[in-house]
Design a protein around this ligand. Structure first.
Ligand SMILES: O=C(O)CCC(=O)C(=O)O
Length: 338
């Protein structure tokens, strides 16, 4: 016997309605650019947040040690980027505007259509990428953050014009259909969704490294037609699948930043054994904000009181049974709630 709960989005002015073409493109190619999704005003608020972050106006708990010399011994390909403060993680846990950006209703409108109806907001990253810095080599986001079943999607919000010069994102269309490639010798790591279920899943080294000679995920990338750049205008949002091969290059301009706010979401019925700050117990679900729909799993509420629009469906509804008819058709038969 089934339950006839039908998720119903809360009505709202200015709701973004996703077209079937957009939905299909996202699931086929692994990415979707929604032009002008955020208004000029809203993009401006996030741009100001980027500037406050850059100028140290947000307490980033030990991250504020900007512009220190890079550790040449470090094996972490991203260490230099953190040291030089080209990106700051989880600003949404530190700042009201950052939480509002993570839970922006129009971004959630799209996310709900792509991976919903139930949506967790997982994480936020502010990228600053000053001249000469930034960039992240080929990687898949679920290599770092596991959601199980794997339903994660990223939203890359351009806060200013981004192009090949200042380091826009590059994507490999269709690579979202690949599994996650695990690190060398890692038993159950790299967040492969079904460890030991593959016979020929090769391991990769130095994922995210800027140098394609060292980052061996680039060998798998080379099986595809040439990657494509995604130039964007402020307020455009790129939604990208968490298995998509993607990368960025360092900002090669001398006088332009490349500011972008990047957030991640997943279906709120997924187990999330991840939390940026560490967690207690078997999962980090209780730290993830329920942003749309509902869930039987633990969840967090917005810490700064950002308004969210959860499901409007009634709490309990009638049950539905599928009955076989003489002509072979299946018919739903509603059983009224007492
Ligand atoms: O914006 C960038 O430079 C890299 C972002 C990225 O690859 C990611 O968020 O997964």
């Amino acid at each position: 016997m089934g339950i006839s709960y039908t998720p119903k989005s809360k009505a709202r002015d200015n709701r973004y309605l996703v077209s079937v073409k957009e939905y299909t493109q996202y699931h086929r190619d692994g990415y979707l650019v929604v032009r002008g999704l955020l208004s000029k005003e809203d993009t401006g608020l996030l741009y100001d947040l980027a500037e406050r972050t850059r100028l140290g106006g947000i307490n980033t708990k030990g991250n504020e040690s900007s512009y220190q010399p890079e550790d040449p011994e470090s094996k972490d390909p991203l260490s230099g980027e953190f040291i030089h403060q080209t990106r700051v993680h989880m600003v949404s846990r530190l700042d009201k505007t950052a939480e509002w950006g993570l839970l922006h209703p129009r971004i959630l409108d799209v996310t709900e259509a792509l991976v919903g109806p139930d949506v967790y907001a997982l994480q936020s990253m502010m990228f600053l990428n000053p001249p000469g810095r930034g960039g992240q080599g080929w990687h898949q986001d679920s290599y770092y953050i596991k959601t199980h079943p794997d339903t994660m999607v990223g939203a890359w919000i351009a806060l200013e014009e981004v192009d090949e010069e200042n380091g826009c994102l590059w994507v490999v269309p269709g690579s979202n259909h690949e599994p996650i490639y695990p690190p060398e010798g890692n038993n159950g790591g790299g967040n492969v969704h079904a460890v030991d279920a593959f016979k020929d899943l090769r391991s990769v080294e130095n994922v995210s490294h800027l140098d394609d000679e060292v980052n061996t995920l680039s060998k798998v990338v080379s099986n595809y037609p040439p990657p494509i750049p995604v130039p964007m205008q402020p307020g455009d949002v790129l939604f990208f699948h968490s298995h998509l091969f993607h990368r960025s290059y360092p900002n090669r301009t001398q006088d332009r930043f490349r500011r972008a706010y990047v957030c991640h979401y997943c279906n709120a019925r997924s187990w999330v054994p991840w939390d940026h700050d560490g967690y207690e117990g078997e999962s980090g679900n209780y730290r993830q904000i329920l942003a749309r729909g509902r869930t039987q799993l633990p969840y967090a509420e917005p810490a700064f009181g950002t308004e969210i629009y959860l499901s409007e469906a009634e709490d309990e509804s009638d049950s539905v049974r599928m009955m076989g008819m003489d002509d072979g058709m299946m018919m739903p038969v509603v059983q009224k709630k007492e």
